[in-house]
Every structure is written in structure tokens, then in C-alpha cells.
Design a protein around this ligand. Structure first.
Ligand SMILES: NC(=O)c1ccc[n+]([C@@H]2O[C@H](COP(=O)([O-])OP(=O)(O)OC[C@H]3O[C@@H](n4cnc5c(N)ncnc54)[C@H](OP(=O)(O)O)[C@@H]3O)[C@@H](O)[C@H]2O)c1
Length: 268
């Protein structure tokens, strides 16, 4: 898809991968709807886009609230239009063992990313299908394909996005609305500050996969949109690791579990 004059809605657009992808898509000529909870940060991103000659609209919405998403859709459809691209990117999750995760936090980890992506897609899907064009991008992580110690609910949340994308792919078969799964290993964003303690649990084996900058992650997403790819993995080393994991799962498990976070079970 050529992004020129297209309308792209980006969730989680107040920082990191979402903000950087929004700015890059604006440079390609897309009009951008920026969504996240932090109004001030959204306005900063919008100002950057506008000062570069682009068009941006901001919606400060907690996407885990279905009524708020419903109201956002009504306002966008009435005043701006039907998005050509939905980028379901908003999410947060600390990497914790099951017993370290409160029931509230476990529910929050499913609420964003998964339910947020579900609500946003459910809101805009009818108009996209009526027009019979568009792209729904679902952001997940390498954790949707392989797991490591000390990040149980995070892993489940990331698998849920992959499952959602697979279900959508089946639903959208024979239509011109497509879905795309994007999955990265580590990206050097605010994520690690926003989810304290997680970085220390990155398994040593993951050093095989170079860390992306938000700009590299955004470029991979823009390339995926340009080439109509069904899946985007970056960097390329992720393809190697995921192929190894697909063919020989005991080997990757051995590597990741042995270099992953170790816990003194006597203290649990
Ligand atoms: N960084 C990595 O290594 C990495 C790797 C693979 C995948 N990912 C995934 O990529 C996505 C973006 O991550 P990032 O690295 O850019 O992290 P980030 O800088 O922490 O960005 C997360 C974004 O999600 C928004 N958000 C969180 N909860 C929300 C809610 N309830 N409603 C609306 N917006 C919400 C945040 O904005 P507000 O706080 O303003 O609402 C923020 O804009 C996340 O889903 C993350 O899990 C990250």
C-alpha cells in the first residue's frame, strides 16, 4: 500500500515504536490519528508531524475501556473518515513470574495489548469492510513464538495478539481488508522504563538478535505496509532464530531457558 493521502490510526502513539512509526508514515504522506492515554505526549508527536508539513489528529483514550473506544470511533468516523490502516500497537506488560503478578495486573496485561486491539478493530472493521479496503496491523513480540523464564502473563498476552491476528486473517479471507502481524525482539524504546525489571530478564541467548532502534522498527513496519506483507519480523536474525525454533524447539528452549532469569526457588 502506498501511504500517500491514506488515513492511518496508530495506537500507543505517545512514545516509542508507535510515535516513531506515526512520524515516518506522515513523512510518506499519510494523515495520522494518534491514540494513547497521555494527551501532552500525543500533542508533542502531532506538533512534530505538523511542523514537517503533515496532518495529525490526537485522541487521548484509554483503549482498555470499550465505551471510550466506541466514542472515539464515532468521533473519528464523523469528523475525519474511515482509516485505511489500523496499527494496533498500544500495550504494556512487566515481565513477572505467575506468583509475582497480581490478578489485576494479569487482567491489565490482557486488556492492553489484546482487548485494546480487539475493541479498536471491532469499532472500525464494519466501515473498512464496507469500503472493502484497508490494513489492520497487530503488534506482538518474539514472545508470541517462544517463551523464557519470568514473563508468564506477558507471554500469554503476546500469544493472544498472534491468535487474534490469525483469526482476523481467516475472517478477512476473500475481502480486500488485510491483516499483518509485526513481531520484534528487543527495541530500544521507553518500554523498558515503563515496565521496570523486565530488561534484567532478557535471556542471554537473545544477544544473538541485535536490538532495534525505534526508527529501525518503524522502517520495518513501513516496508511491510509498502510490500503488503502478511508478517514482519525484524531484524533478519529473528527469521533465523524462529526457523530454528520451528524445526528444533528443544534446542531453542535449552538455549533460552539456560540463559534466562534464574530464581532461588527456596525464596518463592
Ligand atoms: N520495546 C520492545 O522491545 C518491544 C518489542 C516487541 C514488541 N513491543 C511492543 O510494541 C508496542 C509498543 O511498545 P514500545 O516499545 O513503543 O513501548 P512504549 O514506549 O512503552 O509504548 C507503549 C505505548 O502504548 C500506550 N498504551 C499503553 N497502555 C495503553 C492503554 N491502556 N490505552 C492507550 N494506550 C496505551 C502508551 O501510551 P500511554 O501511556 O500514553 O497511554 C504508549 O504510547 C507494545 O505493544 C510492546 O509490547 C515492544
Amino acid at each position: 500500500m502506498d501511504l500517500k493521502n491514506k488515513l492511518m490510526l496508530v495506537t500507543g502513539a505517545s512514545s516509542g515504536i508507535g510515535a516513531t512509526t506515526a512520524k515516518l508514515a506522515a513523512q510518506k504522506g499519510a494523515r495520522i490519528i494518534l491514540v494513547a492515554r497521555s494527551k501532552d505526549k500525543l500533542e508533542q508527536v502531532a506538533d512534530e508531524i505538523r511542523s514537517g508539513g503533515g496532518q495529525a489528529y490526537t485522541f487521548a483514550v484509554d483503549l482498555t475501556d470499550p465505551q471510550a473506544v466506541f466514542a472515539m470511533e464515532k468521533a473519528i468516523s464523523a469528523d475525519i473518515g474511515t482509516p485505511d490502516v489500523l496499527f494496533n500497537n498500544a500495550g504494556s506488560s512487566r515481565w513477572l513470574y505467575t506468583d509475582e503478578t497480581s490478578p489485576d495486573e494479569a487482567a491489565q496485561m490482557i486488556a492492553a495489548p489484546y482487548l485494546a486491539a480487539f475493541y479498536v478493530t471491532r469499532a472500525f472493521r464494519p466501515a473498512m469492510l464496507k469500503r472493502n479496503s484497508g490494513l489492520i496491523i497487530n503488534m506482538t513480540s518474539i514472545a508470541a513464538f517462544m517463551s523464557w523464564p519470568g514473563a508468564t502473563a506477558y507471554t500469554a498476552a503476546r500469544f493472544s495478539i498472534r491468535g487474534f491476528n490469525e483469526g482476523l486473517r481467516a475472517d478477512l479471507y476473500r475481502t480486500k481488508v488485510h491483516s499483518m502481524l509485526t513481531a520484534f525482539a528487543a527495541v530500544k524504546s521507553e518500554y523498558w522504563k515503563n515496565n521496570p525489571g523486565s530488561q534484567a530478564r532478557i535471556p542471554g541467548a537473545q544477544k544473538m538478535i541485535p536490538t532495534l532502534t525505534p526508527e529501525q522498527a518503524a522502517q520495518a513496519i513501513i516496508n511491510g505496509i509498502h510490500w503488503n506483507l502478511p508478517v514482519v519480523f525484524a531484524p533478519w536474525m529473528m527469521w533465523v532464530v524462529l526457523t530454528l525454533n520451528y524445526l528444533f524447539p528443544p534446542i531453542t528452549r535449552w538455549l533460552v531457558f539456560n540463559t534466562g532469569h534464574k530464581r532461588n526457588l527456596a525464596n518463592t
